[in-house]
Design a binder for this molecule. Structure first.
Ligand SMILES: Nc1nc2c(ncn2[C@@H]2O[C@H](COP(=O)(O)OP(=O)(O)OP(=O)(O)O)[C@@H](O)[C@H]2O)c(=O)[nH]1
Ligand SMILES: [Mg+2]
Length: 327
């Protein structure tokens, strides 16, 4: 499920402007033939600024324009005339963009929140000769040159912020679900803790996209620091909606659901209060009567679960319809 417009990594070249030179000039009009210095300062070069914009969700505009040169500052003029400062160049990027130096691989900035940063400062304009007059040097034939701008090759990467998080006990079928709804290829196996770090996939459904995160399974006691789950709870805090995956084969799916909620509550109120859907997985592996009993138990508690089988691809479309209606 490739998404043509989904660009998450681009190379660009940026250069800030040089400062304008300070001016060497002496006043001479009909009243002062040998006037004092009046050379003005040079203007500053334009800077390269990165700014987040929440209305942009990909880096694709940078695919067409990859070179950014800020203008140089204007030179200073006579009669203390200050050279014009060059305009800054503002490059807008989605929240979640990281910027690396392409030559050194050094991470320069992580625009994880709304922010604006001057990445390459324009060169400062030079001072005109007015500034260099002293009691012993009445006629300075000197002004500063403007300072050089900077240039850099950059790699911009968009860290995907997942909209939807898959949360469940180990072996619940989270990775399998991710693998059938996105192009991601997570490791799947019939033992707990197959997934060790969060995996992300982009789900395209009815011309809408969302990012789904498959998180390592949490175990009872995760909130007390047992198992891997806790380390990754931070990711869950950034998700908008959670899918609580409950294995239909578990002894009592409803009490499995309650213990999952309990684990979450012990860890974080933020996560506990997030909207969630209950998804009963692997429904191909139990008989219809069992499914009816599971449904009845949840319904008694006013919860309407989704029933899916990733293996047989049943119930998936209905679930995705619901997700895109709320993301
Ligand atoms: N019958 C059946 N088996 C499934 C289904 N989905 C997943 N499984 C199996 O369940 C086992 C665990 O699946 P995973 O997707 O690795 O589970 P997980 O929740 O990611 O597990 P951890 O990463 O260990 O937390 C694998 O053997 C899968 O083949 C399903 O819809 N039906
Ligand atoms: Mg997994």
């Amino acid at each position: 499920m490739a998404i043509p417009n989904f660009i998450d990594k681009v190379h660009i070249f940026v250069r800030s402007g040089h400062g304008g030179a300070g001016c060497v000039h002496f006043r001479h009009d009909k009243f002062s033939v040998k006037g004092g210095p009046d050379g003005g300062d040079g203007g500053n070069g334009g800077s390269i600024i990165f700014k987040t914009n929440r209305n942009i969700s990909t880096l694709h505009t940078l695919r067409f324009k990859r070179h950014f040169y800020a203008q140089n500052g204007q030179s200073g003029g006579e009669a203390n005339c200050h050279g014009k400062n060059a305009d800054d160049i503002i490059i807008e990027v989605p929240v979640g963009t990281t910027i690396k130096d392409a030559d050194t691989d050094e991470l320069l900035v992580d625009l994880a929140e709304d922010s604006e940063i001057v990445l390459l400062k324009g060169g400062k304009g030079g001072l005109g000769n007015t500034h260099f007059k002293t009691s012993t040097r009445q006629a300075p034939y000197y002004a500063q040159p403007g300072l050089e701008g900077e240039e850099k090759n950059l790699i911009l990467e968009l860290k995907l912020l997942a909209d939807v998080g898959l949360v469940g006990f180990p072996n619940a079928g989270k990775s399998t679900f991710l693998s059938v709804v996105s192009a991601a290829k997570p490791k799947i196996a019939n033992y707990p803790f197959t997934t060790l770090v969060p995996q992300l996939g982009i789900v395209s459904h009815r011309e809408k996209n969302f990012v789904l995160a498959d998180l390592p399974g949490i175990i009872e006691g995760a909130s007390e620091g047992k198992g891997l789950g806790l380390r990754f709870f931070r990711h869950i805090e950034r998700n908008k909606i959670l899918l609580l995956l409950i294995d239909a084969q578990s002894e009592n799916p409803f009490s499995t659901f309650l213990s999952l909620r309990e684990e979450i509550k012990n860890y974080s109120d933020v996560v506990f209060n997030k909207p969630f859907f209950v998804v009963v997985s692997k429904i191909d592996s139990v008989d219809e009567q069992t499914l009816n009993e599971i449904a009845a138990e949840f319904q008694k508690n006013n919860i309407q679960p989704f029933f899916i089988s990733s293996q047989q691809q049943t119930g998936i479309s209905t679930l995705l319809d619901k997700i895109i209606s709320v993301t």
